[in-house]
Structures are given as structure tokens and as C-alpha cells.
Design a protein around this ligand. Structure first.
Ligand SMILES: Nc1nc2c(ncn2[C@@H]2O[C@H](COP(=O)(O)OP(=O)(O)O)[C@@H](O)[C@H]2O)c(=O)[nH]1
Ligand SMILES: [Mg+2]
Length: 311
């Protein structure tokens, strides 16, 4: 065999790797758990349902080179057909179709089984081969979670292993990680740099940092009608420069977002800038505008422009 040929056939990997899909209802704590694992606050978290809109990969490479790639998903729930909610649920179900090596199914102990049904249906549709961790989160709240395991384990067709964790204070997270690593096969390192913790570019996290403030600073309904478009990031200038628009559906929403004498948009700008400066490790100038795109949450073309892949 020539050297070249032997290198083609040399598939003996010494370390493990694989994909872990994190699914569950909105608000079960998926993004909090990913942040706990990565030791970062990259993923945005809020008490509002449906904070996560896109699948993102979190990458964890351990000391000896084992690589777990986590896919944080928007929650699975019943959604109206043809709009932003369906696109979000579509993201989550795609993560399951993409052949994950392990699945984590997160359950909030405040949930009711009725609301869990859409997630259970998706999991059962996979047919039974993927190892599944049934992860009962928020144990720090001191609620009784044993009923969940008792009720859910028998209706799941995948063979499951139950874990009790608190993503918030990180208890039980290490056991979950260690069990999942055991399930992974020997395989290639998908990402070369052991320090890299996400597949998404800086631009994505800048948009998310702004959206996090919109979610945190505005009342219930408005955030669901907003999207953030990051138009430009110049790292060469000093301070670095970011321009972005917050898109809303109606003029009236634009008014609320800007606030009396511009106070709201100013405060959103100041807080987002702080997080972006942390992410980019330096001073930035943030230029923030508000744009009205009528009915974007229901319009396929607009959703695509804002980054959704619609089947
Ligand atoms: N008490 C408690 N709250 C949690 C825990 N994990 C997540 N949360 C909270 O639950 C809410 C939803 O979390 P998030 O990670 O955004 O959920 P996701 O929609 O599944 O990604 C946030 O307010 C979190 O702070 C936990 O272990 N304990
Ligand atoms: Mg989330």
C-alpha cells in the first residue's frame, strides 16, 4: 500500500465525538444547560417562552480531545402553520432528523404531560435507536419530579436513562455529560480549535445580545414581533463598529420600542453594547435603528431574509 492509500484507510480514531440534540418544550432550560456546559453565557436565556429561535451548535472539547457537539433548539410545541412559530419548531425537529448520536429531552417539573405530547411524538417517530437522556431539570426548586419519570419513561419508545439536574446551579450536569460521552463512538474532531465553543459567527451572537435586551426590557407580546438584523460589523476600526436594526411589524410597535424621548431604545442600546463589548473583547460603537417590516412574522420571504430556512 502506498503512503497515500494507507492514510485514506487509517480511520482509527483515538478520541470520541458526536452530536447531542437538546430538545424539550420552550422554557425547560435547554439554553441554560448549554451555557452551564460551555461555561459561557452565549446562549440567550429568559423567562419568556420561545427565546431561542435557531438551532445553534455548542462545542465542548475535553482535555484528551473528545468532542461533543450540542445542538440547542427552539422548543417543540404546537404552533400555528405558516409563520415564525412553525419555523422555530421546524428547526427543533430538524435537529432530530439530522441523526444525533444522543438526545437529551429536558423536562420542567412545572410542566404537564399534556403539553409534553408534541415532544414525545417527535421522539417516538425516530424509531428507537438513539440513546435518550430523560433530563428532569430545575431540581433546585424542590418540586417532586419522580412522577415525571414514572409517567414519561413508559410512553417513550427510545430506551431512556433518567437524570435529575439543575442547569441553574449545575448540579447533576457532570453525570449527564459523562454518561453521554460513554454513548459516543470513536470519531473525528469536527472542529480543530479546542477553544472554539460555537459554530455561529460573531454577527449571530451580536444579534442575539440585542434580542436578549428586547426580550428583557419590553413587555410580553412585543418581543415576539421583533427580529434583529445585524447589518455591519467592522472590527478594524477603533472603537469597533456595529450597525443593526430591530425589525418590528407595525408603526405602533416602533413607537413602543423607541420609547418616550427615545429612552427605551437608548437603554436597550446601552445594555446590548455592554454584552457585545464582552463578546468582542473591546470597545464598540453601536448604531441601532428600528425598522418596520409589515407582517414579517407571517411572511415566508421576509423570514428567509431574516435568516430562516423554510422547507
Ligand atoms: N430554578 C431554575 N430555573 C431554571 C433552570 N434552568 C433554566 N431555568 C430558567 O428557566 C427559564 C427558561 O430557561 P431557558 O434556558 O431560556 O429555556 P429554553 O427555552 O428551554 O432554552 C429561564 O428563566 C431560566 O433562568 C434551573 O435549573 N432551575
Ligand atoms: Mg432556549
Amino acid at each position: 500500500m502506498t503512503d497515500q492509500m494507507s492514510s485514506i484507510f487509517n480511520t482509527e480514531y483515538k478520541t470520541k465525538s458526536g452530536y447531542v440534540a437538546i430538545v424539550g418544550r420552550p422554557n425547560s432550560g435547554k439554553s441554560t444547560l448549554l451555557n452551564a456546559l460551555l461555561g459561557s453565557d452565549l446562549q440567550i436565556v429568559s423567562e419568556k417562552a420561545q427565546t431561542t429561535r435557531w438551532n445553534t451548535h455548542g462545542i465542548l472539547t475535553d482535555d484528551i480531545g473528545n468532542q461533543m457537539i450540542f445542538i440547542d433548539t427552539p422548543g417543540i410545541h404546537r404552533a400555528k402553520v405558516g409563520g415564525v412559530n412553525e419555523a422555530m419548531v421546524g428547526q427543533a425537529t430538524q435537529a432530530l432528523k439530522d441523526d444525533p448520536t444522543v438526545i437529551w429531552y429536558l423536562v420542567d417539573p412545572n410542566s404537564s404531560l399534556f403539553h409534553e405530547q408534541p415532544v414525545i411524538d417527535q421522539l417516538n417517530a425516530l424509531g428507537g435507536l438513539v440513546p435518550l437522556a430523560l433530563v428532569l431539570n430545575k431540581t433546585d426548586l424542590g418540586l417532586n419530579t419522580s412522577w415525571i419519570e414514572r409517567e414519561l419513561a413508559p410512553v417513550l419508545k427510545l430506551k431512556s436513562q433518567a437524570f435529575q439536574i439543575s442547569a441553574l446551579n449545575k448540579s447533576g450536569v457532570e453525570e449527564l455529560r459523562a454518561w453521554s460521552l460513554e454513548q459516543l463512538p470513536l470519531g473525528p474532531q469536527y472542529y480543530n480549535d479546542p477553544e472554539q465553543i460555537s459554530d455561529k459567527p460573531m454577527k449571530f451572537f451580536i444579534g442575539e445580545a440585542i434580542r436578549e435586551q428586547v426580550l428583557g426590557q419590553l413587555s410580553d407580546e412585543l418581543p415576539y414581533s421583533t427580529a434583529v438584523l445585524v447589518e455591519k460589523v467592522s472590527e478594524a476600526t477603533k472603537p469597533m463598529h456595529v450597525s443593526a436594526s430591530i425589525c418590528v411589524e407595525r408603526e405602533s410597535q416602533k413607537g413602543i420600542l423607541i420609547g418616550a424621548k427615545g429612552a427605551k431604545i437608548k437603554s436597550i442600546g446601552i445594555m446590548s453594547r455592554k454584552k457585545i463589548e464582552k463578546l468582542m473583547d473591546g470597545q464598540i460603537h453601536l448604531e441601532l435603528k428600528v425598522k418596520v417590516i409589515p407582517g414579517w412574522t407571517k411572511n415566508k420571504k421576509e423570514l428567509q431574509k431574516l435568516g430562516w430556512v423554510i422547507q
